[in-house]
Design a protein around this ligand. Structure first.
Ligand code: NAP
Length: 483
């Protein structure tokens, strides 16, 4: 790996959960794998009245929890970790600019800066303004801005946030995070499709009958109910993560493995998705039920959920992509909380053979399909299902899997945040969401968010409301790889 340019990594919201659990350990991992401690310098910025020493202890604790101890940790925290307290006034960022200048001069840094907004979304806008007005949108070296998700609340707010960012920053400086894109298995969708001609030549309306995407969580709101009750399943999962999966699975081959080529192809797919019709959407909200045999309460029993809330915690949808490759191939999507298990899978279901030559076993011919199942979590890997003849007679066809599991083949998959942070440091925007991509995605879902659709109950521990398969016209039920 090429060493990254020496830089100052500035985290806004440095006292928060994301910084502690993900960002600090990921920066440290990048540093230890890259081997150049002098390149990695961290400045935490937050409103809490902390000193450098407080933040160093916090960093040390975060690394300890992530399994890192020892002299390198102590030395790095002592020499290369700093804290700056800020209020929310623009003048505070003037003092931040002075602090940055001082740290860079002391450490002999060339003025390359990352500004990572690990803040609640309500604070993005004011912080971007303050950065711009304090003259921090550009510096002596490169300057990069990382914006966490959610990016906007709907099409209008996403557009507004983009406008505001572009007042001060060029798009090539901006890294909109969707941490799903940092997962190895999500990136592997590109390798699977565009490094293997075997599948790519059949990846179209002539050979594919349907695409199914399942993103299931068995957890409930887990202390985030106040956020979730305002967001709901479309904003929490569909507009960002699932839309990324749809675009990667359906996009055309990019000219090269290049950030703008890939992102342009993704935008093309999103622009080809037909407007979502109310009859192709089933919303649900979980009731009390059993997860792994244990009783769990209903969504509305969470004290942070508004009384009588109709926020959907589940959605199943049928989407259509109106382009040359996918016209007529339904894309079924389902995602929800308190489903039986945590899993993310994409099933590409191929058409049946046009003629059945197996006389007397006609039923077998009509029931089986080739299926490619890509599992993104847990047990990352893929499976291709083929029909084979079972031994003996009478002749019987059975579906058998060819399987590949990542953890059998590779020692450890890097954490998504580690991958993304390294990319920010290296200036590679491939795995970040471009401004037109985020707005196109919101343009698709904002009309749906404005529709007043019924929210059906489903028991926790089920796969959603009973009505789903019939309403959406699923030809084969949901095809999944077993645990
Ligand atoms: N946590 C995760 O696992 C996770 C995962 C994916 C995405 N994200 C996204 O990452 C961002 C940060 O998440 P988080 O869980 O770390 O958030 P958080 O803990 O709620 O907030 C981070 C820090 O921001 C500061 N802050 C709070 N309200 C503020 C305000 N109005 N103005 C300025 N600063 C404020 C607080 O520090 P001070 O009081 O010291 O200023 C707080 O410690 C969010 O956008 C979230 O959606 C988080």
């Amino acid at each position: 790996m090429d060493p990254v340019d020496p830089h100052l990594f500035v985290i806004f919201g440095a006292t928060g959960d994301l910084t502690q659990r993900k960002l600090i350990p990921s920066i440290f991992r990048v540093m230890t794998e890259d081997g150049a401690a002098a390149a990695h310098n961290l400045l935490g910025v937050s409103r809490s009245a902390w000193s450098d020493d407080d933040f160093r202890q916090y960093t040390n604790q975060s690394l300890h929890t992530a399994g890192y101890d020892g002299s390198l940790v102590d030395e790095w925290c002592r020499e290369r970790v700093f804290y700056h307290q800020t209020e929310r006034r623009a003048t505070d960022l003037d003092s931040l600019r002075e602090r940055i200048d001082t740290i860079e001069a002391e450490l002999g840094l060339p003025g390359n800066r990352v500004f990572y907004l690990a803040l609640p979304p309500a604070a993005f806008s004011s912080t971007i303004d303050q950065l711009g007005q304090a003259g921090l949108a550009s510096g002596p070296g490169w300057t990069r801005l990382v914006v966490e998700k959610p990016f906007g609340h709907d099409q209008a707010t996403a557009h507004q946030l983009n406008d505001q960012i572009h007042t001060y920053f060029d798009e090539h400086q901006v890294y909109r995070i969707d941490h799903y894109l940092g997962k190895e298995t999500v990136q592997n969708l590109l390798a699977f499709r565009f490094a293997n001609l075997l599948f790519e030549s059949a990846w179209n309306r002539d050979r594919v009958e349907a695409i199914e995407i399942t993103v299931a969580e068995n957890l409930g709101t887990e202390g985030r109910a106040d956020y979730y009750d305002n967001a709901g399943v479309i904003r929490d999962m569909v507009q960002n993560h699932i839309t990324q999966l749809i675009s990667l699975i359906a996009m055309e081959g990019p000219r090269a493995f290049d950030a703008d080529d890939i992102r342009s192809e993704k935008v093309d797919v999103l622009e080809s998705i037909s407007p979502i019709k109310a009859e192709n959407v089933v919303y649900g909200q979980y009731q009390a039920g059993l997860i792994d045999g244990e009783p769990v309460p209903a969504y509305r029993d969470d004290p942070e959920v508004a009384e009588g809330s109709v926020t959907p915690t589940f959605v199943a949808m049928r989407l259509s992509i109106a382009n040359w490759r996918w016209e007529g191939v339904p894309v079924f999507v389902r995602t929800g909380k308190r489903l039986p298990r945590k899993t993310t899978q994409i099933a590409v279901v191929f058409r049946r053979p046009p003629v059945c030559i197996f006389h007397g076993v006609q039923d077998e011919c009509t029931s089986h399909h080739n299926v490619v199942i890509l599992t993104l979590q847990p047990n990352e890997g893929f499976e291709v299902r083929f029909d084979i003849k079972a031994p003996g007679s009478p002749l019987t066809l059975v579906s058998q899997p060819l399987r590949f599991d990542y953890d059998e083949a590779f020692a450890r998959l890097p954490d998504a945040y580690q991958t993304l942070i390294l990319d920010v440091m290296e200036g590679d925007q491939t795995l970040f969401v471009r401004s037109d991509e985020v707005e196109t995605s919101w343009a698709l879902y904002t009309p749906l968010l404005e529709m007043d659709l019924p929210v059906l109950p489903y028991p926790a521990g089920s796969w959603g409301p009973d009505e789903v398969n019939e309403r959406l016209g699923l030809p084969n039920g949901w095809i999944m790889r077993p645990e």
